[in-house]
Write a protein of this length. Structure first.
Length: 478
């Protein structure tokens, strides 16, 4: 099968969250099954730097509306995956985050930037393409590529099939009516059955409406988003498309996230040398200025600081948690109120709570290795990758029973399989009860080893998911 994987971020070069991780690992797993997968991604500064000599192989033109003529450059990732770099400097050669300007606000021309990405994905999947490589399926991811299925529907001759994968329903890519014309979409697209969503143009809805099939990143999330309570306005449409909607649980990059050879760690360890995890704990405590104490459980967070992640609930009971007694380390960035709240809490509890605001890949690895217990009280979680990293690093997670967290973490009450702690209501009280249970279990070496062993034995590699995606592609192209 020939697959074009279209994405707005890709690890290790450009990553703001889990989508970057998925785009950095799933294509290679599909290639290992024998499929010809190529990745289309904007040529951000980090990619231009990594592949300075990537030759231009096409110039898609007459894309419609106000869309410019970009270049397409070809490169090969170290794992062998071919990359198609969408090169239009005026849109993508910008500092910082793919989505936000320096002041933390969305770039004003995001509709054109990701409209161009979507449009070129559709161009590659149609007769207009000047390449001799034509994909069977265009695999789109999140709102940033959500218009590709619409362009395939409205603007393409002999269109490829499309798969739209939802990584997060909360980001809907909403723009005003005028962008319809700027993006070169026909008036006919402005309808309840097209790209219109409560008076806005929604990239996300366009994808859900027009893709040949839809997937999301866990079976539980696939069910949850069909309910009005969790469907974020799209539940009706998702129910309407229920026959075309599947949940495929994410994997993780098991080479990057492997405590037996992780290049970021002070000391490697694994299921058989689990004692050496303690060395990483002491190093981590030292690094962030916590009291170096083996006798306190260390709770950890690595996360985007947004409403979704429920870290306001954790902040509400952080003082009580420290009194268990315990320590807390937090790495994250996002909403100002949460950054400020956590920072000032840490200032009031030196030695017991350390907070770093920012994005730091190596530090994220050292936290997974050095902490005892990982905390993810998400209000919703399409899949979640950090709980999978935590399981693999012998750092049992405390999670709310939602989405992919519910599909991967088994409560300690199940002695045969338990690998973490699961709680129900999205309240600080319910979270605190789970944190208490975790701290108590940590004090019992037998129980704790058992939880760690179960978690570390979980196979979270991409192989299984890749098989499901391949079967889905086949059905679509069939
Ligand atoms: P989401 O995609 O919703 O942010 P996931 O759990 O799927 O949540 O993936 C988040 C990814 O981003 C993980 O690889 C995590 O380690 C990483 N990450 C999040 N925040 C930070 C940060 N501040 N520094 C480093 N890595 C981070
Ligand atoms: C999203 C979700 C997260 C998921 C990731 C990768 O950002 O919030 O739960 O793991 O995408 O699919």
């Amino acid at each position: 099968m020939k697959i074009l994987f279209a994405t707005s971020e890709i690890a290790p070069w450009v990553k703001t969250g889990g989508l970057g991780d998925v785009a950095g690992a799933l294509p290679a797993a599909l290639r290992a099954l024998g499929h010809d997968v190529r990745v289309l991604v904007p040529a951000y500064p980090a990619l231009l730097q990594a592949f300075p000599d990537a030759p231009e192989i096409a110039r898609p033109h007459w894309l419609g509306g106000l869309l410019p003529t970009p270049g397409l450059r070809q490169a090969v990732a170290p794992d062998g995956t071919p990359l198609l770099l969408l090169d239009y400097r005026h849109y993508f050669d910008r500092p910082g985050n793919p989505y936000l300007g320096p002041e933390g606000r969305d770039w004003l021309d995001n509709h054109l930037r990701f409209g161009l990405l979507s449009r070129v994905a559709a161009w590659l999947g149609s007769e207009a393409s000047s390449l001799d490589w034509v994909p069977d399926v265009v695999h789109c991811n999140d709102w940033q590529t959500g218009l590709a299925p619409a362009y395939l529907a409205y603007r393409a001759e002999r269109p490829a099939k499309s798969l739209f994968t939802l990584h997060n329903l909360a980001f809907q890519g909403l723009f005003d009516h005028a962008s319809l014309f700027e993006l070169g979409l026909p008036d006919a697209a402005w309808s309840m059955h097209g790209v219109e969503f409560y008076g806005h143009l929604s990239f996300l809805k366009a994808g859900l409406q027009h893709a040949s099939a839809i997937s999301t990143v866990s079976p539980s999330y696939a069910r949850e988003i069909q309910t009005d309570a969790e469907g974020m306005g799209m539940a009706g449409l998702l129910r309407h498309r229920a026959d075309d909607l599947t949940g495929i649980l994410n994997g993780i990059d098991t080479r990057d996230w492997d405590p037996t050879r992780d290049r970021h760690l002070a000391k490697h360890y694994g299921p058989r040398r689990i004692e050496d995890k303690a060395i990483n704990k002491a190093k981590l405590q030292e690094e962030v200025g916590l009291e170096v104490r083996a006798d306190l459980p260390l709770f950890a967070v690595v996360s985007r600081l947004t409403e979704q992640k429920g870290l306001d609930l954790f902040l509400d009971v952080a003082a009580k948690t420290i009194d268990l007694p315990a320590q807390i380390v937090v790495l994250g960035s996002g909403a100002h109120a949460l950054e400020h709240g956590w920072n000032s809490f840490a200032q009031r509890h030196p030695g017991r709570c350390a907070v770093r605001i920012g994005f730091d890949e190596g530090f994220a690895h050292r936290i997974e290795a050095g902490a005892d217990i990982f905390v993810m009280p998400s209000r919703f979680e399409p899949c979640g990758l950090n709980q999978l990293y935590s399981l693999r690093y012998g750092t049992p997670p405390v999670v709310r029973a939602t989405g992919g967290l519910a599909d991967t973490v088994i409560d300690a009450a199940d002695e045969k399989h338990g690998n973490g702690f699961v709680f129900g209501p999205a309240t600080a009280t319910a979270l605190y009860a789970a944190l208490q249970r975790a701290a108590a279990a940590w004090r019992d070496p037998d129980i704790w080893r058992r939880l760690q062993k179960h978690g570390m034995a979980r196979d979270s590699s991409w192989a299984e998911a890749a098989g499901h995606y391949a079967a889905l592609y086949k059905r679509l192209a069939g």
